[in-house]
Design a protein around this ligand. Structure first.
Ligand SMILES: Nc1ncnc2c1ncn2[C@@H]1O[C@H](COP(=O)(O)OP(=O)(O)OP(=O)(O)O)[C@@H](O)[C@H]1O
Ligand SMILES: [Mg+2]
Length: 270
């Protein structure tokens, strides 16, 4: 039987897989807003939210859905240097590699962007914008202002970065989309659908209001925290299943094991 807990556990490995995207109210709303802004002349879109709220997944999903329709590029790994970033951009613009030893001249990029205006509209998805220095974000904004490149960037917002995000981005009349932690209803749907995706209909049906309420209380509805908790929960189940199966009540999700998992990750303290 243990394979089923092993597999259920693996359903909650924290990975970004577009094939496992789950439609939830919040994610659907954000996606619609993104689709809508693709059609508008808004130059930059900022997706922001706390770590683990699904920004990267949303960006990947948008890429998957739109790549056949519009000229869209995904820069999911932040460039380590300014030069690397412009190499990538050069490739996007021209389809060629920037010749070695060529100096990156920002003005040339701007001139290029102006030249293609009306002929091409390029969408660049940029994940983890908090990794870029302010000066580069400013250059990205200038490039966006040409109207031929639309940057859609994600920024993860922690409590103190919030201020930076607000000042630097929201004051610039960019379109902003905020991703939030899940409501209990969304978290319920998330857990059920995640288990169903992996064929665990029976296990899914064992997550009732009581369990969801606790999971929501401990994780605040954060998807990443929820993944951690459920991964650990099924790890505990896996252990007892192998070593002491009499301890397991297969007809419900044990609150005790949930608490053990929460203690193990440090969500609650004894
Ligand atoms: N709508 C959704 N459907 C399925 N899985 C989701 C959804 N939203 C979030 N997740 C899952 O939650 C986890 C965190 O998502 P993601 O990595 O996209 O967060 P993030 O906001 O980019 O975090 P960070 O700020 O740390 O980069 C991932 O495992 C992701 O697959
Ligand atoms: Mg991310």
């Amino acid at each position: 039987m243990s394979y089923r807990y092993t597999d259920a556990k693996e359903a909650f490995i924290d990975e970004v897989k577009t094939g496992e995207y789950i439609e939830l109210e919040g994610s659907r709303r954000a996606f619609r807003q993104l689709e809508h802004s693709l059609g508008k002349s808004t130059k930059m879109v900022l997706i922001y939210g706390k770590p683990g709220t699904g920004k990267t997944l949303l960006l990947h999903r948008l890429y998957e859905k739109k790549r056949g329709e519009v000229e869209i590029h995904l820069l999911d790994i932040p460039s380590g240097t300014r030069r690397e970033f412009y190499r990538k951009l050069f490739r996007i613009f021209t389809g060629k590699d920037l010749p070695p030893k060529t100096k990156v001249d920002f003005e040339t990029f701007v001139a290029f962007a102006r030249r293609i205006k009306g002929k091409r509209e390029i969408v660049v998805l940029l994940d983890e914008a908090q990794m870029y220095p302010k000066e580069m974000l400013e250059e990205i904004r200038v490039l966006s202002d040409t109207g031929s490149i639309k940057f859609i960037i994600t920024l993860h917002k922690t409590e103190d970065e919030d201020l930076v995000a607000k000042q630097h981005f929201q004051s610039r009349i960019w379109e902003t989309i905020e991703l939030r932690d899940a409501t209990p209803l969304e978290l319920n749907a998330y857990i059920h659908k995640r288990l169903l995706q992996h064929g665990h209909n029976e296990l899914a049906s064992l997550f009732r209001d009581r369990q969801i309420k606790l999971i929501h209380r401990w994780t605040g509805g954060n998807f990443r925290e929820c993944n951690k908790l459920l991964y650990t929960l099924f790890e505990i189940y896996e252990y007892y299943d192998q070593h002491d199966p009499q301890k397991i009540d297969y007809n419900k999700i044990s609150i005790k094991y949930l608490e053990m998992a929460a203690i193990k990750i440090g969500f609650i303290h004894v």
